[in-house]
Design a protein around this ligand. Structure first.
Ligand code: NAD
Length: 438
């Protein structure tokens, strides 16, 4: 099939490259000329394991094209995927300007019948109807009559595992009203679903809600275990024992039940806020949904307070940081908990020296010259008053503890991901603070 993708971010580029890998011809479009210039040379503008090889192969085999022209993309594909950003406005509402811009371009440009416009961006309930209206209005304005469908196909990939998640999905969700469009989407996804991975068809409002409900449930699990961790600290219980035993219950399961410094990234914070906004707009008190975000904010602040309380006077102290991105295997710094905590520490007069295996460049855009950057994990520790771990990259899990002790001014570790064992740390001579540990 011929496919256009609007937006070459984490979702758009993975979608485009993977559809090309499955034999389709794909044109990926982005209005950011720098991104497209890199992609045309086969360079992926962000870190995502396994993606560069697929991009490079499909460019070479001429199934993957790039363009900065939304108009060219609108006229290229039979299927037109919208994968642009839907960031939060200040009140939590999803900002749909980028989605609507693309819809208008499509409405102004398409000439052939039976184009299928697919919203892959995470969008509030009712957006597909609005996209349909915008396209129809633009078509009507130029006195044309063109048959098209608008489908919602939310994306569930996780950064760091995006290619695998796309190629081997737990499920594919498609909101579609027209039977002819459903048939085409069935064919498009057949390579991914015919070996047992289910595809769920439903109306567009239900598929839009499925995405928000899924992310909100995962965020709720994280906030719940974080709140239980806080209570553990107060009552002398150990969250790691509690979590492991809870997760063994088949009704509960162990995924996303890890206490930490709070969730972040480009999805959970904004999607939880958007669902709360939507509920309130419809006069429903979003009590539980709002609490998820409240707990997450409190978790970050509690971690910062723990550091401040136990490091002594913060002003003038140097804090070494391992891991900046919101999770391992990505350079995405959007809503990373490290940002909030580091900003609190800087405001108190701390100096920060940070190391991250892949996110330094992205972090420089966030912090600029406010913090120092180390190119090697042990370099960050030289002369620092403590170490703070924000991201559970594998190489931080079994470090050279003796070397750490030599490099740090004092053997003080704040572990925001519970990657170390408190007993072992004590035996090794560290003063250790985890999350919800005895
Ligand atoms: P992103 O910010 O990385 O990428 C969006 C891209 O769209 C940018 O490169 C931007 O330049 C481009 N763009 C904006 N307007 C455009 C236009 N008119 N034409 C062409 N390109 C345009 O965003 P992302 O992380 O890929 O997320 C995209 C959507 O997918 C969001 O709604 C997000 O919630 C959802 N989502 C993201 C993830 C994730 O892990 N990142 C997972 C599932 C769903």
């Amino acid at each position: 099939m011929k496919i256009s993708i609007f937006g070459t971010g984490y979702v758009g580029l993975v979608t485009g490259a993977c559809f090309a890998e499955l034999g389709n011809h794909v044109l990926c479009c982005d209005i950011d000329p720098e991104k497209i210039a890199k992609l045309k040379k086969g360079e992926v503008p962000f870190y995502e394991p396994g993606l560069a090889e697929i991009v490079e192969r499909n460019i070479r085999e001429q199934r993957l094209l790039f363009s900065t022209s939304p108009e060219e993309a609108a006229s290229y594909g039979e299927l037109l995927f919208i994968a642009v950003g839907t960031p939060s406005k200040t009140d939590g509402e999803a900002d749909l300007q980028y989605v609507y811009n693309v819809a208008e371009t499509i409405g102004n440009v398409i000439t052939e019948n039976d184009r299928i416009v697919v919203t892959k961006s995470t969008v509030p309930i009712g957006t597909s109807d609005e996209v349909k209206k915008i396209i129809q209005d633009a078509i009507t304005k130029r006195n044309a009559r063109i048959n098209f469908a608008v489908v919602n196909n939310p994306e569930f990939l996780r950064e760091g595992k995006a290619v695998e998640d796309f190629m081997v999905p737990d499920r594919v969700v498609v909101g579609v009203e027209e039977s002819w469009a459903k048939e085409i989407l069935t064919t498009l996804y057949a390579p991914l679903t015919k070996n047992g991975h289910p595809i769920f068809f439903m109306d567009t409002r239900s598929s839009e809600m499925t995405k928000y409900a899924s992310n909100t449930l995962i965020a709720a699990r994280i906030s719940l275990i974080n709140e239980i961790a806080q209570i553990c600290e107060l009552v002398g219980a150990d969250i790691e024992s509690v979590r492991a035993a809870m997760g063994a219950d088949k009704r509960i399961g162990s995924q996303y039940l890890y206490p930490g410094v709070g969730y972040g990234g480009s999805c959970f914070p904004k999607d939880v806020q958007a669902l709360a906004f939507l509920a309130k707009k419809n006069n429903h008190p979003a009590t539980l949904v709002e609490a998820i975000e409240t707990v997450n904010e409190a978790q970050k602040k509690a971690f910062a307070s723990k550091i401040i309380k136990n490091i002594g006077a913060v002003s003038g102290k140097t804090v070494a940081v391992w891991g900046l991105s919101f999770k391992p295997k990505t350079d995405d710094m959007r809503s990373a908990p490290s940002v909030d905590v580091i900003n609190i520490l800087i405001a108190q007069g701390a100096k920060i020296t940070a190391y991250d295996p892949v996110a330094i460049q992205a972090a420089q855009k966030v912090f600029g010259g406010k913090i120092s950057y180390a190119t090697e994990m042990y370099d960050a520790l030289k002369g620092a008053d403590c170490l703070v771990v924000f991201t559970e990259w594998s190489q931080f899990k079994e470090p050279d503890f003796e070397n750490m002790k030599k490099l740090l001014k004092q053997p003080l570790v704040f572990d925001g991901r519970n990657i170390y064992d408190p007993e072992r740390m004590k035996e090794l001579g560290f003063v250790y603070y985890g999350i919800g540990r005895k």
